[in-house]
Design a protein around this ligand. Structure first.
Ligand code: NAD
Length: 478
């Protein structure tokens, strides 16, 4: 279904994110027939380019970042006819009048700030001063949204000077993933899960986002951030919220975000003993974290595992274990909801009992798996066996699943549709920083050093202990 006609201005339209994600994503939505004939994409950046020069750059980016079997050359030529370029600098006034002439009235106007957050204020102010944006326009902002509560508040204030909250789309691309939305469908469109979705029946929840890549060329940036700021405060927190939130009264942006906010506010402070930070060592022919950093004594963590509690009626006593890291054994993202033992053991002699686990896989092979106990086949008496009820979306849905838009595509179309459900609200981001700040300040004040771990492993030893000492264990990273 086509979205309304739009003018989308991409500030930072020549940058890495625009070339890798935004432009190829728009191209795929164009091929899918979602862009009307009169919609226009306007690259806006500092480079002195004309429309033709920019189209060449866009074509190269689309070809490089589109899977071969999805590339349609004629389609690309048609797509490029929708692309324009204006040279503007957020810091000076040149170019803005030209941009004003190009951006039309009477269509959806969206401005994607794919630039450093230090430019947000100037872009927002100039869009207004030159009469380019109005009360109907939308702006899209990228991560990182601050590096602590104070800087996130400052960014929110700068944006609020010129735009209402209903106009601001803060991207967390994890929320654009198909399985993440499926989590809401599974929880709230089935009667099966919700009655069990509480501390009485759920032993614990583990959320893992494991990467195989290191920081490589991004060492200088990453060193000021680390796994807590770069992954936990935003992406893992959003996943935790979707697992832990109460059913919203309606599938409405603010109803969903109100419930997520309540979860963040219910999080207890995390105790120092419940946090393990790690830093990858050299190995497998690649350098260590500090070799990629500019600081040979860097204490930035490339791995973090922590245990936290949502202190409310539903979750009292069910721990949430979160972990994320770079240079780990495999690229895996999953949420595992681990259920408790049945209250009474019926099969006295039965062996092989394992807990029920609902696994929501974000990658690879997006899907869900529910492990259940059955009787092991054969005459050997009542022996139990754990088997998966597996639903790989690719198998269950066939071609439909193969055509699932990637997170950026979906989110950009949601901006044009004016649907904020999958975007973080300002108060959510601030609440998440209010939770993260004391944790970070704690280890900084104590001078904690991250523990080294081998590349290709599943993280530092102490992270295994974090669960072992509670009589639990992490699922394998594979
Ligand atoms: P980049 O350095 O590759 O590109 C920056 C872009 O901003 C360029 O197009 C440049 O021309 C433009 N720019 C710089 N100064 C400008 C000015 N004064 N006026 C107008 N335009 C100016 O950066 P990137 O990697 O594309 O990242 C852009 C934003 O997206 C950043 O906030 C980054 O944190 C965020 N982000 C990037 C990625 C990624 O994978 N690259 C992922 C998540 C978030």
């Amino acid at each position: 279904i086509p979205v309304d006609p739009f003018d989308l201005v991409i500030f930072g339209g020549t940058g890495d994110l625009a070339r890798r994600k935004i432009l190829p994503g728009l191209y795929r939505r164009f091929l899918a027939g979602q862009m009307t004939d009169d919609s226009v994409i306007i690259g806006a950046a500092r480079s002195e380019l004309d429309d033709e020069g920019y189209r060449e750059m866009v074509a190269k980016a689309v070809i490089e970042f589109t899977p071969k079997d999805k590339l349609d050359r004629d389609g690309l030529t048609r797509f490029l006819a929708h692309v324009r370029y204006i040279s503007v600098d957020g810091k000076v006034s040149g170019g803005w009048e030209k941009l004003k002439e190009v951006v039309r009235q009477g269509v959806v106007k969206a401005f994607y700030f794919s630039v450093a957050p230090s430019l947000f204020g100037e872009l927002a102010e100039k869009l207004h001063r030159h009469g380019i944006a109005d009360a109907e326009s939308r702006i899209v902002v990228e991560k990182p949204f601050g590096r602590d509560l104070a800087s996130a508040r400052a960014l929110n204030r700068v944006l609020a000077d010129h735009f209402a909250e209903e106009q601001i789309y803060r991207i967390d691309h994890y929320l654009g993933k198909e399985t993440v939305q499926n989590l809401m469908a599974v929880r709230f469109a089935n009667i099966l899960f919700e009655p069990l979705w509480k501390a009485e029946y759920i032993d614990h929840v583990q959320i893992t986002v494991a990467e195989t890549v290191g920081v490589d060329g991004r060492g200088a940036y990453y060193d000021k951030s680390g796994a807590m700021r770069d992954m936990v405060q935003n992406h893992l927190m959003q996943l935790l919220c979707l697992i832990a939130m109460e059913p919203p009264y309606h599938f409405d942006p603010n109803a969903v975000r109100d419930e997520k906010l309540k979860v963040i506010r219910a999080l207890d402070a995390v105790q120092p003993d419940d946090i393990v930070r790690g830093q990858y060592l050299a190995g497998n022919g690649q350098g260590s974290y500090v070799e990629h950093s500019e600081d040979p004594n860097s204490r930035t963590e490339s791995y973090i595992a922590l245990k936290c509690h949502v202190s409310n009626w539903r979750w009292k006593g069910t721990p949430f274990y979160l972990r994320t890291g770079k240079r780990l054994r495999a690229r895996t993202s999953e949420i595992a909801v681990v259920f408790k033992e049945p209250p009474h053991t019926l099969f006295d002699d039965a062996t092989g009992w394992r807990e029920n686990v609902l696994v929501i896989r974000l990658q690879p092979n997006e899907g869900m798996e529910l492990s259940v106990m059955i009787k092991e086949p054969g005459p050997g008496g009542m022996r139990l066996k754990q088997v998966p009820l597996d639903m790989a979306f690719a198998t269950a849905l066939g071609a439909e699943a193969a055509d699932v838009p990637d997170a950026y595509e979906r989110l950009i179309m949601d901006v044009i549709r004016g649907n904020q459900t999958l975007f973080m609200r300002g108060d959510e981001v601030e609440a998440a920083w209010a939770w993260a700040d004391p944790i970070i300040q704690g280890w900084e004040a104590r001078g904690d050093k991250p523990q080294g771990y081998d590349p290709g492993s599943s993280g530092p030893e102490d992270a295994l202990m974090l669960m072992h000492r509670d009589g639990r264990r992490w699922r394998d990273i594979r």
